[in-house]
Design a binder for this molecule. Structure first.
Ligand SMILES: *[C@@H]1O[C@H](CO)[C@@H](O)[C@H](O)[C@H]1NC(C)=O
Ligand SMILES: *[C@@H]1O[C@H](CO)[C@@H](O)[C@H](O)[C@H]1NC(C)=O
Ligand SMILES: *[C@@H]1O[C@H](CO)[C@@H](O)[C@H](O)[C@H]1NC(C)=O
Length: 300
């Protein structure tokens, strides 16, 4: 029997698609938190070619989004990064109405308290085992609500995460709800009225994992000067928070104008690679993710 050329071409294409077509996949993970966010994973076709086991990047979405829509958002570059460099990415989906992350209730603002942050930590633990990840190469990024959650993850799970690159968020604990509500909006914080001393902000982080004295993730904080959703004041408050946690001076050790983009300003605190602020002059909500700069921060 002679197969037509077009049938053959189609068969070959099908086979190639089956072998080459990495896809975002929903996975079930052991999760003993009260909160039950869905977990998606993207394992690219290209294997990690760097030294040792591969890294993991957790990409945390903004409000009114989900893991899959963040993954498919052309402005979110982490799928591209995965494909190019061969690292695994995890895409959590908020279980809350409105799709924001719970960064307001006590259960999310304390280690293993059963909230969204606890569930994301469970995703990280599962991914390390399942996808043969180097536990020294676990990184977290996110924008807006995902940027807020990135700060909370850094505070509550410093032992799990090596570095964070967060865009347009607020300090860890800034969105706290006095009534203990889950995923509540906080006008004082979003409006830039939540100001506190460096010590007070540092205490908020330390209270999320009391007694912890080990290493902390290296923090990169991006914020736009024209942010009309989460006041630009949150940039300085976040820097205050982490300088206190790291025991660093609030005066940058170096400042680079027009980097990584024109009108941006990069400020390093302490030894280079510990805490970096990137102030995006004239940029609103949210600062677009810069894959190169975030990957550089992670060291991947
Ligand atoms: C959830 O599981 C972890 C590790 O398996 C354990 O350390 C933790 O105490 C458990 N938390 C709850 C709320 O059951
Ligand atoms: C909003 O957050 C601030 C801290 O940033 C807190 O003091 C205040 O009580 C919160 N507001 C509400 C209504 O929960
Ligand atoms: C992203 O950052 C890098 C430096 O890490 C810079 O060279 C590049 O121009 C930036 N990309 C954009 C689109 O601004």
């Amino acid at each position: 029997m002679a197969w037509s050329m077009s049938t053959l071409v189609r068969l070959v294409a099908l086979a190639a698609g089956g072998v080459m077509g990495a896809q975002l996949t929903a996975v079930t993970y052991p999760n003993n938190a009260t909160s039950k966010p869905q977990m998606h994973v993207y394992v690219p076709d290209k294997p990690w070619s760097g030294q040792g086991k591969g890294p993991l990047v957790v990409a945390i979405h903004s409000c009114q989004s989900s893991g899959p829509s963040y993954f498919n958002n052309a402005k979110i570059p982490w799928r591209q990064g995965s494909d190019r460099k061969g690292y695994v990415t995890v895409w959590p989906s908020s279980p809350n109405n409105g799709g924001c992350w719970d960064v307001s209730s006590k259960r999310s603002l304390v280690r293993n308290g059963g909230g969204d942050s606890h569930a994301i930590a469970n995703m990280i633990l599962y991914a390390i085992e399942k996808y043969n990840i180097d536990k020294e190469k676990v990184f977290v990024t996110g924008g807006s609500s995902g940027g807020m959650m990135s700060n909370v993850m850094a505070a509550a799970y410093p032992d799990l995460i090596r570095a964070v690159s967060l865009y347009s968020g607020v300090p860890a604990g800034c969105f706290v709800s006095s009534g203990g509500g889950v995923a509540q909006w906080n006008n004082s914080c979003s409006g830039g009225q939540s100001r506190a001393s460096v010590e007070q902000w540092g205490n908020v982080v330390r209270a999320m994992y009391p007694g912890y004295t080990g290493p902390r993730p290296r923090m990169q904080v991006w914020h736009g000067s024209a942010d009309g959703t989460l006041s630009p004041n949150n940039y300085q408050e976040t820097i205050k928070q982490w300088t206190n946690v790291f025991g660093l001076s609030q005066t940058p050790t170096s400042t680079v104008q027009n980097f990584p983009e024109r009108n941006y300003r990069t400020e390093n605190y302490g030894t280079e690679g510990m805490l970096q602020g990137i102030w995006a002059q004239g940029v609103g909500h949210s600062v677009p993710s810069n894959l190169t700069a975030s990957e550089q921060w992670f060291g991947i």
